[in-house]
Ligand binder design. Sequence first.
Ligand SMILES: Cc1cc2nc3c(=O)[nH]c(=O)nc-3n(C[C@H](O)[C@H](O)[C@H](O)COP(=O)(O)OP(=O)(O)OC[C@H]3O[C@@H](n4cnc5c(N)ncnc54)[C@H](O)[C@@H]3O)c2cc1C
Length: 474
Amino acid sequence: MAADALLAQLAALVGPAQVLSDGDLSAWELDWRKRWRGRARAVVRPGSTAEVAAVLRCCAAHGVAVVSQGGNTGLVGGGVPDGSGTQVLLSLTRLRQVRAIDAANLTMTVEAGCVLQVAQQAAADAGLLLPLSLAAEGSCTIGGNLATNAGGTQVLRYGNARELCLGLEVVTPDGEVWNGLSGLRKDNTGYDLRHLYIGSEGTLGVITAAVLRLYPRPVATMTALAACASLEACVALLQRAQRHAGAGLTGFEVMGTLALALVRRHFPQIPQPLPPAPWTVLLEIADAESAEHARTLFESLLEDALADGLIDDAAVASSEAQSRAMWHLRESIPLAQAEEGLNIKHDIALPVSRIPAFVADTDAQLAAAFPGVRLVNFGHLGDGNLHYNVQVPEGGNAGDFLRRHEHPINTLVYDAVQAHGGSISAEHGIGALKREELAQRKSPVALALMRSIKQALDPQQRMNPGRLLDEPRR
Ligand SMILES: Cc1cc2nc3c(=O)[nH]c(=O)nc-3n(C[C@H](O)[C@H](O)[C@H](O)COP(=O)(O)OP(=O)(O)OC[C@H]3O[C@@H](n4cnc5c(N)ncnc54)[C@H](O)[C@@H]3O)c2cc1C
């Protein structure tokens, strides 16, 4: 049978133990949010770039679609197979070596399946900083981070995954290896192919390794929480902190009342140093001089902000452990939301200046149209990125609510995002979740250009079909 022939050939390429087609495959077939469950023809786990190339050549010969997967922490249903049972799930987690660290060039070369936290630690062991940080860092992989152009908590200072990537190694749908692992900061030799693959969500080829930028480690990093009465005050505090700390301001996160209430409900053991406030801001300053210098900077910033009525209360971490606890509080919000039950996530970007008006308008419209919905709002305010999430009314049947209201709620929210000049996806990507929204809302010219790129690089539409742009294969 054709199916057996494919699996037998794959087993010969990567070893029988690395081709899984029986038993419980839910670790690969079910996404992190438990919203998308697919069925793979097989899960294939190559152990090297050469094996990835061989697997892709084999799949090309059989005309079989391939879904790449790293840590399976994506939030838009892009990394799990569809329900057809025909797609090969290519798991990259065995490609996990840190190939090299070039301290003088401030770069590291890492394989795609390397867990982000492992890469961060390798950089730290070399006395350097890999400044990509997100709550899923213990599971997500460098390949997934680049394929989704992940953001996280340090974008304000260091940029998204895209800005941290200087080179890529990619296997094309036909199984050719493009070695673009340069550690160059300047290279004007035509189209910059790396930028096509970053953010392409597995739809153009498979990322197998990357060269990432590293930075000197700051001498001291200090964190504080501040309570604000309004989002306008948060934005004013951001401007003031940027003036005060300049490039030293590495984090500026906001957390709404309900977001922290959910953490209190589901993780009561996590300390919350400030009493509930309409908005709580987490600020981080990285200092090249000393902890003393960072503390003085924070104290003068927060004292001035208090005197001018921008903030009502503040707590500065007095140790690294306290700083970590403050970040832990922020990073626990998505987990608390998951504990609370199914919800509707909107990972959106707006000009920072428009955020207060967007939230006021959209909160009011949602409350009027869907009485009782709970707005769980938090995010990277410094980057203009909000997680404007909607939790179903207390005590309601989440599944039923989502079936009836998810679409109209999305339309309301994304219409408001567009009216305020924003983007429907800031950092999570499009995946299966927002493909139709993208088709409706992106300019026709941009969509046509994107389709031309897809057609040029994956003419048989076999890479992650049904995600981002194209129609599912039948
Ligand atoms: C608790 C939590 C917090 C999060 N916080 C953030 C955040 O702050 N910022 C943020 O940006 N994201 C965040 N995310 C989303 C997620 O962690 C990121 O999108 C992450 O970059 C995905 O990495 P992954 O290895 O898990 O990729 P996967 O989920 O396995 O895959 C994601 C996409 O990338 C593709 N892909 C994966 N590996 C490759 C490869 N090697 N080559 C080609 N394509 C590939 C997949 O096909 C899929 O389309 C969070 C997720 C969770 C669960």
